[in-house]
Design a protein around this ligand. Structure first.
Ligand SMILES: [Fe+2]
Length: 402
């Protein structure tokens, strides 16, 4: 009963939104607006219209005069980059077609400058269905996080183009309008045309190695995010992705380093052992703080793990695959700090040298919290004493890719 009520109250929340958009007979808005490409003083606004119109975005600091950026020709698919933004500041914006407003006024936070010690982000994964992801997106939108990482499996069952509107753009609309959502590829996402629809939808940072940003990195505030692809790109030693990752980690000047990779190298269910043997040495050598994954439909956090040499840094592994898919059972490993089969999402807040992670059960509050401190010269976390069940577990599906 509670779940039903929540769904209907969520629908009530969304109805005025649709009325502004595709549901309204006289509005040509079919999709969005949604934010992408958070970069230095820049963010992109994307949307779709049913007829070709000249799009523009009006934006301002609250209380200040409106500024506007317009396209030069009519189009149905719109992308406008707003540049010269004041870093880390909340703006108001509205999209227009042929000078007619197409949306209500929304807010976004301009990307944070590299020297800004503050940052907040959400993590979700495996967002099957409509009702649960919509409720998670609504809660996340309410937290005011700067951006959201999607650990993969955005569109079930197979990442088809026609499922993006009913399965993503419509139910997630309030979140997409206020914070950039940056995904990595899950196994379901690559099933249609090797993820062609995914790359038509998302406008991701380019990494200079591949034509499509199947793996990419970006900097926000004092954090750098390395978003990997283990579903459609090789990642073995010597592969372009491996070399790109090693160089990026080695040269990063960010205090905080995060990896997002769909298949978890450490989980109580199906750890990807090849990934563990291949990539974990890099994570430890170059001081990755947290590795976020999806794929297993549960929430799990590991103890800090160090397997490959005493000079490396212990790494924490977080699985957030509870975005809507049917929940998984688990058999806790001896590296597990906490594991729970729940639907929900993770939030991370960074303030100077302190990181605070919370795992939220949808509608049920905080189920796990965890913090990392990084005052200058502070010793690393002691690693967990770790002996795997067996070096290579039979039940683990060997990856096709490395
Ligand atoms: Fe999944």
């Amino acid at each position: 009963v509670l779940r039903t009520r929540r769904f209907f109250s969520l629908l009530a929340l969304l109805i005025p939104f649709f009325a502004e958009g595709s549901a309204s007979a006289d509005s040509p808005l079919t999709r969005g607006p949604f934010l992408q490409r958070p970069d230095d003083r820049t963010i992109s606004v994307l949307w779709g219209t049913s007829t070709a119109v000249v799009g523009s975005v009006a934006f301002r600091l609250p209380g200040a005069a409106w500024q506007s950026v317009s396209e030069t020709a009519p189009a149905e698919s719109h992308r406008i980059a707003l540049s010269g933004l004041d870093p880390g500041v909340e703006y108001e914006y509205q999209i227009l077609g042929d000078d007619t407003p197409l949306s209500p006024v929304f807010q976004f936070r301009a990307p944070r400058a590299p020297e800004d010690g503050k940052l907040s982000f959400g993590v979700i994964g495996d967002t099957a269905g409509v009702e649960i992801p919509a409720a998670i997106a609504a809660e996340l939108a309410g937290t005011g996080v700067d951006l959201v990482l999607h650990a993969g499996d955005v569109i079930y069952p197979d990442g088809r183009a026609e499922y993006y509107d009913p399965g993503f753009f419509v139910p997630w609309a309030p979140l997409l309008a206020r914070a950039p959502v940056l995904p990595v590829l899950g196994d379901h996402d690559v099933r249609t045309n090797n993820a062609a629809p995914f790359f038509e939808v998302f406008d991701l940072p380019s990494n200079g190695v591949t034509g499509q940003p199947r793996f990419y990195s970006f900097r926000q505030g004092d954090a750098e995010f390395f978003c990997l692809d283990v579903e459609s790109s090789r990642y073995g030693k010597g592969s372009p992705q491996y070399r790109w990752l090693e160089e990026g980690l080695r040269e990063s000047t960010a205090t905080w380093k995060f990896v997002i990779v769909f298949e978890p190298p450490f989980t109580s269910l199906h750890s990807n052992i090849i990934e563990r043997l291949t990539l974990t040495p890099l994570f430890e050598r170059y001081g990755v703080d947290i590795v976020f994954s999806g794929h297993e439909h549960l929430y799990e956090r590991s103890q800090p793990i160090r397997l490959f040499g005493k000079k490396g840094k212990p790494v924490t592994y977080v699985v957030e695959g509870g975005g809507g898919a049917a929940l998984s059972n688990f058999d806790p490993e001896n590296f597990t700090a906490i594991v729970a089969s729940i639907h929900g999402y993770v939030t991370v807040t960074i303030e100077e040298g302190a990181l605070f992670l919370e795992a939220h059960e949808l509608g049920g509050g905080v189920v796990d919290s965890f913090s990392l401190q990084k005052p200058p010269g502070a010793p690393a976390l002691p690693p967990v004493r770790f002996s795997p069940r067996s070096p290579i577990e039979d039940r683990d599906r060997p990856s096709r890719l490395p």
